[in-house]
Design a protein around this ligand. Structure first.
Ligand SMILES: Nc1ncnc2c1ncn2[C@@H]1O[C@H](COP(=O)(O)OP(=O)(O)OP(=O)(O)O)[C@@H](O)[C@H]1O
Ligand SMILES: [Mg+2]
Length: 494
């Protein structure tokens, strides 16, 4: 790709960017939220047209006016949000619109066989059935289906846009194995990620974008992580996590759950103090999100008691939770956190309005939203911009701003920094600590072990719908994993 430029509504998203990808390499594309990574990849994949610049494939100039055209030339993309049809089978999804035929009919047998062969190339023929409906697959399995689909187009270039953002650590390992396999088959893999560790593990070269411009293309083997971070965010990030709460900063127990149960949850005893950040760790499926939704009244507890500041409280719906001063920043911002076709302003005021009805004059509202946008370091064209046009990480910041507006006493963060760039991540961590210092009780769910260990004043580990044990501040990642996987007995919670 040479000299690629692209503007949206007159605002440049990419300016004169060059990128090349070689057969058999993993080439990472990195940069802050909104730097232009996804836009550049969508142009390569034919989903967007550049305003200027040329694309050459094996030396030939190509113009892709539609993703299907790019696919036919061997360029496939797996988006941040998948594009599979949930009510069709794996095989139907892979061969959608180009089903093998026998006379006028779809040759189901041939389609099945071809699907099994593709899955086998990825070593996944035993874990994914070609007849399964996509809706019944895990996120990781759906991703494998997307990769198999790309292979079916004889992909030469595969673009993966934050493929590990929604995966557990074990699922991510399985994905890395698939990526290395593709690489050995001679594909060029373009790999977008905010996770430094996995980029250094996987990639041979790294291209850094900043504010829509190319900063550099680096050799991964000779680049240090701190150099890379400085290129991305334009400054050094000091210490990684803000200091924890001193014992004197912890207040009384603000949120308490006694013998909470319902659904898969069993005997949940949990206490979070004012001023405290409690990390909630566990493997995918351990019940962390269920617990968050139970406290928030989205799938309420059917047994046990919830207390707020010492008084029992019945929360049967999210609305009641918000009224009581409880906020939930959800993992799935698309489905639960935001109204995509509404503005930054309206989304930011969403929770506050459901709490108070209205929020004062138009000017007051603007001041409030501007202040919140500044605190979360939002990058948007204006407050009136529809959130669907924001980059993934900036959408997450709007969700955060929405809960800040309510001044909730209890905040539950479910994967707060998923898809957030390293610089903004440090900012969000600071903000969480600031909220705690101002008296909020914070429960933080995260699959990012360094984040759990670095941020938490106490770590509670879940397994199989119950609390497996608790670890004090400064617990090791290994200690958390041992509890999460049931290889160590839990200390009895105080
Ligand atoms: N369809 C669109 N309409 C208007 N603006 C857009 C559109 N798509 C992207 N943008 C803008 O272009 C810029 C680059 O966005 P892009 O999605 O490429 O960022 P990114 O580097 O992928 O960020 P992230 O890490 O958050 O995913 C952002 O300012 C974004 O708001
Ligand atoms: Mg993106």
């Amino acid at each position: 790709m040479q000299g690629i430029s692209k503007s949206f509504f007159g605002v440049p998203a990419l300016v004169d960017v060059d990128l090349d990808a070689r057969a058999g390499e993993v080439h990472a594309v990195m940069g802050e939220n909104g730097a232009g990574k996804s836009t550049l990849m969508k142009i390569l994949a034919g989903a967007l047209q550049p305003d200027a610049g040329t694309i050459r494939l094996d030396g030939e100039v190509v113009h892709f006016s539609h993703p299907r055209q790019a696919q036919q030339h061997g360029v496939s993309i797996i988006y941040q949000e998948f594009n599979l049809l949930p009510d069709r089978t794996v095989a139907q999804n892979i061969f959608l619109g180009r089903e093998p035929r026998r006379g006028p009919f779809v040759d189901a047998g041939a389609m099945e066989a071809a699907t099994v062969a593709l899955l086998a190339e990825l070593g996944m023929e035993r874990s994914i059935a070609s007849q399964s409906l996509v809706r019944d697959l895990s996120v990781a399995q759906q991703q494998t289906v997307e990769i198999a689909k790309a292979l079916s187009f004889a992909a030469k270039i595969l673009i993966m846009d934050e493929p590990t953002a929604a995966l557990s650590p074990q699922e991510a390992d399985a994905l890395f194995a698939q990526v290395r396999l593709l690489q050995r088959r001679g594909l060029a893999v373009l790999y977008i990620s905010h996770r430094l560790q996995e980029v250094f593990d996987l990639a041979q070269r790294i291209t850094v974008l900043k504010d829509g411009r190319l900063v550099a293309t680096l050799d991964a083997a000779t680049t240090r992580p701190d150099e890379l971070v400085r290129m991305m965010v334009g400054r050094d990030l000091g210490h990684l996590y803000p200091p924890r709460a001193a014992a004197a900063e912890l207040g009384a127990v603000r949120l308490r759950v006694r013998r909470g149960g319902g659904g898969r949850l069993r005997d949940i005893d949990l206490a979070v103090r004012a001023g405290e950040i409690v990390g909630l760790a566990g493997l995918e499926g351990a019940g962390r999100t269920e617990l968050a939704r139970a406290i928030f009244g989205d799938a309420p507890f059917t047994r046990g008691v919830v207390e707020l500041d010492g008084a029992p409280i019945r929360i049967r719906s999210p609305r009641q939770a918000i009224r009581a001063g409880i906020g939930l920043l959800t993992e799935d911002r698309k489905a639960e956190g935001l109204i995509l076709t509404e503005s930054v302003r309206d989304n930011t005021l969403l929770a506050l309005r459901s709490l108070r009805g209205r929020v004062g004059s138009q000017d007051d509202a603007t001041r409030l939203v501007l202040d919140l946008a500044r605190r979360v370091d939002l990058r948007a064209a204006s407050l009136e911009q529809e959130v669907r046009y924001l980059s993934g990480g900036n959408q997450q910041k709007v969700v955060l701003a929405k809960w800040l507006a309510t001044r909730a006493r209890v905040l539950i963060f479910d994967e707060p920094t998923r898809g957030i760039d390293v610089g903004a991540k440090a900012g969000i961590h600071e903000l969480m600590r600031e909220l705690a210092r101002a008296g909020a009780a914070i429960l933080m769910i995260s699959s990012d072990l360094p984040e759990i260990v670095g941020m938490s004043d106490r770590v509670v580990v879940m397994r199989d719908g119950a609390i497996a044990g608790e670890l004090p501040a400064g617990a090791s990642e290994a200690g958390v994993m041992l509890l999460a996987t049931g290889q160590a007995p839990g200390e009895v919670a105080a």
